[in-house]
Design a binder for this molecule. Structure first.
Ligand SMILES: Nc1ncnc2c1ncn2[C@@H]1O[C@H](COP(=O)(O)OP(=O)(O)OP(=O)(O)O)[C@@H](O)[C@H]1O
Ligand SMILES: [Zn+2]
Length: 722
């Protein structure tokens, strides 16, 4: 399988996506395809032995009438249909409106205002007025006609075809004013759609302009030079002056300052940076100069990943989008058929053609699902963008809608409910050893481990000036501890459970450790095959916002909040009590966590797992929604989770649920409203009370309202919500 990307020009309505989808469905050897309306991008997986890249592009273009170009992913996207298309559309719409106005003025001057609308007398209109109306209709339909033609060839009636038929029909029965009106208003609503997409597109482009184009590099001779960020090699030394933006991800090597990380984390409080700290491209250096060493190339910085993900998230359609598209795919042909029936059947019996033909045309206009179809993706994009701005990276429509349905949330303890930086509280040596020895051997083993407890042991050792010994044969035992050889002796180091499994003579050690654990410390024990050297007690502190965050999750409608941890029962329950979770499960091995999630999913259906995304990846994958926290800079978490919280703030989970609810509410409002308008006009038409121009005006009004309603989601800041 190979993958190819295309830049698609003028793809700014769900109509075009449907057309492209239909075209690709008809090809052999083409499998998955994704569309990114926002960036005018189409991605296709295909089998080389059956079809070539060129053919895919050519055939898709032929079948849809869209312009496609193969794309290597660089340079401008096809999103902004620049030049003639945009300019021409505007000109034609304005011309259509002007001619319509001129015609209408002449019309009322001759016939009087009220009769102009009454219709029926147009046959007697002066040819000049008719001509104005007809040319206005042609201008309005100019960019619609080619699309309608392609829809006709594919035998799939779409909105464009409906409009052209309605306009032509109106001209045929002498309703010139209405023909012009329908064409003009439809052109306006198309312009509106592409404007609203552009608006959402620019919100993302605004993220993109966050990173500077150039960086100031210092060479080995100490000379400064400015060069494009794309040319900076990983490992280069860069200067970031006060007030400047950090050009690339890197590590501080000299200087101290505070950095505003809001562009990435959405968090407005500046963060202090000193040598050793990590800085991110796009963040703003405040008062001190920093010298940094770049750690990522320009196209792989955290910011560029975020931007790419927000862009890609478009290609995964949310459940509501799928529903709307499915609905429209039945609705439009159904009304189309009804319209034909109305035009033909009653006249067969009554012999009155003109009246029923007109009603049929009104039905055609009502069949246009534009408002319905456009409002959902606009709402989703707006919601995804505002979430990204708040430091909540949601990967796609499905992940955006899922939080609203959550019934249970499982939260990992370490690093999620707690800060994740335990400190050594106590080092105890048993008979015949001293605590220095215990720490020295423990540090030797932990030097090879990535566990937060391991890092705490190393910190404690170095704080006491203890040089760790050398260790061989290190082996991590997941969820329990590790074993290694130090100075030729085989040691084990790990949890209370590991101690119990060793069945060594422990005296009253078991009771003593239990006591320490019940006071809220994690205990790790060091021993050999025959004896126990000592133990170390460590404690982590709970996040200050944990309790309020858990409350906000429950308040958002989640029934059950549960804490999962590999840590001992005493500590787990102490933290669970402080955070006020509904249930605590302790001493879980990684596979126990997976089993717990499985059980929760069976019981509650919609379950989220909040974790650090590294140790908890399997549990997160199994949950309905995986939320990774504290992910700035951890690439793995960014890739695996459905939602990544760029800021170390558990309360964003509650915000996410609210945000998701709000998005769904707005989408539903839009669906009900636009269907309501359709239903109203269906009724009016049945009673002969609807006119063509009123139907199209209502449709356009509805589109406007739902688009604005959807764009409101662009401004949902976390502060306003909580
Ligand atoms: N490298 C290690 N050194 C010492 N003890 C360890 C190590 N790895 C695991 N343990 C022991 O195993 C226990 C469970 O570890 P695990 O990694 O499953 O949970 P955790 O990350 O501490 O907590 P949580 O499940 O809340 O994230 C720890 O509390 C500790 O006692
Ligand atoms: Zn025990």
């Amino acid at each position: 399988m190979e993958q190819v990307q295309f830049r698609v020009f003028g793809m700014d309505c769900a109509e075009e996506v449907t057309a492209l989808r239909g075209a690709l469905d008809s090809l052999n050897g083409v499998q998955n395809f994704g569309f990114d309306i926002l960036n005018g991008k189409m991605t296709v997986d295909f089998d080389q032995s059956q079809i070539t890249r060129d053919d895919i592009g050519k055939i898709a273009a032929q079948l849809t009438g869209l312009r496609l170009e193969q794309w290597n992913g660089e340079g401008p996207t096809g999103g902004d249909a620049g030049g003639w298309t945009r300019w021409g559309r505007t000109t034609m719409t304005v011309a259509s409106g002007a001619l319509l106005a001129a015609g209408f003025l002449a019309h009322t001057a001759i016939r009087g205002f009220s009769s102009a609308f009454r219709g029926g007398e147009e046959v007697a209109l002066p040819p000049a007025v008719k001509l104005l109306y007809v040319v206005s209709a042609i201008c309005g339909a100019w960019f619609v006609a080619p699309k309608a033609w392609h829809a006709l060839r594919r035998c799939r009636p779409d909105v464009n075809l409906l409009m052209i038929v309605a306009v032509t029909g109106a001209v045929l029965i002498g309703e010139y004013l209405e023909a012009a009106m329908v064409a003009f208003l439809f052109a306006v609503s198309l312009a509106l759609e592409s404007w609203s997409i552009a608006r959402a597109r620019h919100a993302i482009a605004a993220l993109m302009t966050l990173a500077p184009d150039t960086a100031t590099q210092i060479d080995s001779a100490g000379q400064e030079c400015t060069l494009p960020v794309a040319d900076v090699m990983v490992g280069s030394r860069l200067i970031v002056r006060p007030g400047e933006k950090v050009p690339l991800d890197g590590k501080v090597i000299k200087g101290e300052s505070t950095v505003n990380q809001a562009p990435i984390t959405g968090e407005s409080l500046p963060v202090a940076k000193a040598p050793g700290a990590v800085v991110f491209a796009g963040t703003i250096n405040e008062e001190g100069a920093l010298e940094i060493e770049s750690t990522k190339p320009a196209n792989d910085t955290t910011l560029s990943r975020i931007i790419r993900m927000v862009g890609d998230s478009q290609s995964q359609r949310s459940p509501s989008e799928q529903w709307v598209e499915k609905f429209a795919s039945y609705y439009t042909p159904a009304i189309f058929a009804t319209a034909l029936a109305v035009m033909i059947l009653p006249p067969l019996f009554s012999g009155i053609w003109g009246l029923w033909f007109y009603r049929g045309l009104v039905l055609l206009v009502i069949a246009c699902p534009c408002a319905l179809v456009i409002s959902t993706p606009v709402s989703i994009v707006a919601a995804l963008t505002s979430a990204a701005k708040a430091g909540v990276l949601v990967k796609g429509g499905p992940a955006l809608e899922a939080p609203a349905h959550l019934k249970a949330v499982a939260i990992d303890k370490t690093g999620t409910l707690t800060i994740g930086q335990p400190g050594v509280r106590q080092v105890e040596a048993l008979a015949g050893h001293d605590s220095e020895d215990v720490l020295r051997i423990a540090a030797a083993i932990e030097r090879r481990s990535e566990h937060p407890l391991a890092r705490a042991v190393l910190r404690a050792a170095s704080a006491r000036g203890i040089e760790p010994a050398a260790a061989d044969d290190f082996q991590a035992i997941k969820g329990k501890g590790a074993t290694a050889k130090v100075d030729g002796v085989e040691y084990w180091l790990g949890s209370h459970r590991m101690l119990d499994e060793r069945r060594l003579d422990e005296g009253n050690l078991h009771e003593r450790i239990l006591q320490v654990e019940n006071d809220g410390s994690s205990v790790i024990v060091l021993g050999t095959n025959t004896l126990i050297l000592g133990w170390i007690a460590l404690a982590d502190s709970i996040r200050p916002e944990a309790r309020a965050a858990v409350e906000s999750i429950r308040e958002a409608g989640v029934e059950h909040v549960i804490m999962l941890t590999g840590d001992n029962r005493g500590t787990g329950e102490a933290i669970g009590r402080l955070a006020a979770v509904d249930e605590v499960r302790t001493e879980l091995l990684p596979e126990d966590k997976v089993a717990a999630i499985k059980e929760l999913v069976a019981k509650y259906g919609h379950v989220a797992m909040v974790g650090d995304g590294v140790n908890d990846a399997p549990a997160m994958a199994l949950a309905s929604l995986g939320i990774a926290m504290g992910t700035v800079g951890t690439d793995a978490a960014l890739e695996t989770a459905d939602v990544a919280l760029m800021r170390d703030d558990l309360s964003m989970v509650g915000w996410l649920i609210h945000h998701s609810r709000r998005t769904l509410t707005i989408i539903r409002q839009n669906i009900y409203f636009s269907l309501g308008v359709k239903a109203l006009f269906l009724l009016l038409t049945m009673f002969g009370r609807a006119s063509l121009w009123a139907a199209i005006a209502a449709d356009m009004g509805a589109s406007l309202l739902v688009i604005f309603n959807g764009l409101r989601l662009l401004n949902s800041s976390p502060r306003a919500q909580l």
